[in-house]
Design a binder for this molecule. Structure first.
Ligand SMILES: N[C@@H](CCC(=O)N[C@@H](CS)C(=O)NCC(=O)O)C(=O)O
Length: 257
């Protein structure tokens, strides 16, 4: 039987999408990428999956959404190299850490960042629409005033208290990885696992990993520079950069559409 055609349907700069990209690249899975714009993505993703969140991966005719479910599919279809520890207790721990980062940390970090970045519409639109034709970029920028309040609400940027809590949760997550990385720097067991992949990808936006899938476009506005400077000396961001340097590898996809 022929191998299925695999396509990642994604946002260009996004930490949950980075989680799926990293899984595909770690497994060495040949795939193509289709980048959608946040906001206008909704009807397309809803038609394919019945909900609006990205990432979505198409395995042949089957669409799978949710980064954890995508990684689970990848682990089943491409067991080597593994993402789950063999030892049952370490495996449970790895999945628990992933669930915590998916449910709590990912949304909090994004809320904290967006509370500062969404007021930089030129930068945000340029970032999400990078690689798109000039007309698409101009149209996206023109309609961004409509998209922005939806993005704020959808990402929990709703009150000062919510934003403060998001900053606290971000700091706590960086403390967690710095405190729980074992002798070999891994969070669950003796080797790189889904725990490290989830934590490093969902915290990647606190640093500026030297990887083409996440490196921020230049020049950065002052608020983006201040955001990165705020976390620069935290040992948690040093851990993220180290895991990227050791395990992120080169992008395996054909250039994004
Ligand atoms: N728990 C989900 C979260 C996915 C998520 O929050 N995706 C964001 C991008 S970072 C998104 O597509 N938001 C737009 C929407 O939900 O309509 C996962 O692990 O995939």
């Amino acid at each position: 039987m022929d191998a299925p055609t695999i396509e990642l349907i994604q946002f260009r700069y996004s930490h949950f999408n980075e989680k799926a990209r990293w899984g595909l690249d770690w497994k060495g899975v040949p795939h193509t990428r289709r980048s959608l714009l946040p906001g206008p993505h909704m009807p397309t993703i809803r038609r394919l999956t019945g909900q609006t969140g990205t990432p979505v991966v198409r395995f042949g005719q089957r669409f799978v959404h949710g980064s954890a479910r995508i990684l689970e599919q990848l682990e089943t279809r491409y067991p080597d190299p593994p993402l789950l520890p063999r030892d049952p207790a370490q495996r449970r721990r790895a999945l628990e850490i992933q669930a915590h980062f998916d449910d709590v940390v990912g949304p909090a970090v994004r809320c904290a960042l967006f509370s500062e970045l969404l007021d930089e519409p030129d930068y945000v639109c340029g970032m999400f629409a990078s690689g798109k034709p000039r007309l698409t970029r101009a149209l996206y920028r023109a309609t961004f005033p409509v998209v922005k309040p939806l993005m704020k609400k959808g990402n929990g940027v709703t009150s000062r208290a919510a934003i403060d809590a998001a900053f606290e949760a971000t700091n706590a997550a960086l403390d967690f990885v710095a405190a729980n990385a074992g002798d070999r720097s891994y969070l669950a067991g003796p080797a790189f696992s889904v725990a490290d992949l989830a934590a490093a990808s969902l915290l990647a936006i606190c640093t500026n990993p030297d990887h083409p899938d996440m490196k921020r476009p230049e020049p950065m506005p002052a608020s983006m520079q201040a955001w990165l400077a705020r976390w620069a000396d935290h040992p948690g961001t040093a851990w993220v950069r180290e895991i990227y340097a050791r395990h992120r590898g080169a992008p395996g996809a054909t250039p994004p559409a």
